[in-house]
Write a protein that binds this ligand. Structure first.
Ligand code: DX5
Ligand code: ZN
Length: 223
């Protein structure tokens, strides 16, 4: 199974964005994770369209946008026009989840749903055919630098089984508290895509940090 590492810009130094993204690319980052927060769905504000536009100008890496906002549908066309690759939102944040997933695909983006720690897998079970990505939050969203909640690992395992039994090829992403110490258990449980903020941009050498995270995934299945 290929491993994707998606460094989160939330932990980057925005004053040196170009340099930080170049370091991530040099380390082999697969996607750039962009956390959009509205101060309502989560108790924090981050950034939106202008920063996404800046990222699009400075890198060709796919932009993996995670919307922690109420009514994410308001941003769908704007982000598609900006060239966003993955559009992931939370099922609690909108009323007609299936309609929005279909619209995301119609606009040429990959459609993702993110599950908070207290949100059951049942929240996505009826829309698996509409999903290109399912994201397990391993912290309560809103802030970087939190600890990985141990309960996430079993949830990843159950989601892996659910995707496999329905023959879904959706990516299984994990987000929050991913570090060299925690990435292995998430990988062994069946995650294939790993968001890391502090563990990449909080380090002196982000490129080396990405290589280290990836190395913790190889061969661990046999361990
Ligand atoms: C949390 C965000 C995460 C955050 C992860 O609400 O969704 O993507 O950037 O940060 P770390 O890796 O520091 O936990
Ligand atoms: Zn995120």
């Amino acid at each position: 199974m290929p491993v994707r590492i998606a460094p989160s810009v939330l932990a980057a130094d925005l004053g040196r964005l170009r340099e930080q993204i170049a370091a991530a690319a040099a380390g082999g980052a697969d996607w750039i994770h962009v956390d959009v927060m509205d101060g309502r769905f989560v108790p924090n504000l981050s950034f939106g369209g202008p920063v996404i536009a800046a990222l699009r100008r400075i890198t060709d890496l796919p932009l993996d946008v995670h919307l922690m906002v109420t009514e994410p549908e308001h941003y769908l066309d704007e982000y598609a026009d900006l060239g966003v690759r993955v559009f992931t939102f939370h099922p609690e944040a909108t009323t007609h989840v299936q309609r929005q997933l279909a619209r995301v695909r119609e606009r040429g983006m990959l459609a993702g749903l993110a599950l908070n720690p207290a949100t059951p897998l049942a929240a996505i079970s009826e829309v698996l055919p509409d999903l290109d990505l399912a994201l397990i939050m391993s912290v309560n969203p809103g802030f970087g630098g939190q600890r990985y909640l141990p309960g996430a690992t079993d949830k990843i395992r159950r989601l892996r089984a659910m995707l496999d039994s329905s023959r879904s090829a959706a990516a299984l992403e994990v987000d929050g508290g991913v570090t060299p110490e925690t990435i292995g258990e998430a990988f062994r449980a069946g995650a294939d895509t790993f968001v890391a903020g502090t563990a990449v941009f909080g380090q002196a050498d982000p490129a080396a940090a990405i290589r280290d995270l990836r190395s913790r995934c190889s061969d661990l299945r046999l361990a």
